[in-house]
Design a protein around this ligand. Sequence first.
Ligand code: 5GP
Ligand code: MG
Length: 189
Amino acid sequence: MQQHVERVLIDREAIARRVGELAREIAADFRRELPGDVPEITLVPILTGSLIFVADLVRQLPLMMRLRMVTVSSYPGQATSSEGAKIEGRLPEDLSGQHVLVVDDILDSGNTIRLVRAELLKRGAASVRSCMLLRKQIPSAMAEHADYVGFEIPDAFVVGYGLDYDGYYRNLADVVTLKADILGEGEAT
Ligand code: 5GP
Ligand code: MG
């Protein structure tokens, strides 16, 4: 697997440091803005890509929280772009009054977060914030509002730390690019 790696874009130490910073920032914001000694939030991880990120993040968030996972698939299925997004699985019907933090792996076209945000607001969420591990420095991603962003990255296809290519490479500890001869046959899910 390591021999498929072209370049390490963000190593595990940098990720760990940044996840800690994000957690502190998020906790401080919610503490300031929500009532009560221990604010309560609803965390909505977008699976499968945010799995590892969210596992690291939540353990550093000293807030009362419930996790409501949602799976969103991008289509038409190209690895590097998504023309649309579709929710698979059910979101809770009633989120009235809940303060939601959506967590995703990467902001690319913005279709995923726009869809999820709209669905959460439709269900009565009092507020919806978003936390993305990565944001591509491309117009569609930079134009999309994100409350928390871990890293801005160049417009490249990346895997690792939860992100896949054809279902593989999620277990790489660093965020990396793959060699050109590996890309071309599969797709991100
Ligand atoms: P958006 O809906 O913003 O276009 O893209 C979000 C989803 O597309 C991500 O959650 C991820 O599943 C997929 N995606 C976009 N760019 C990449 C990438 O560089 N690598 C991988 N593995 N998935 C990506
Ligand atoms: Mg995804």
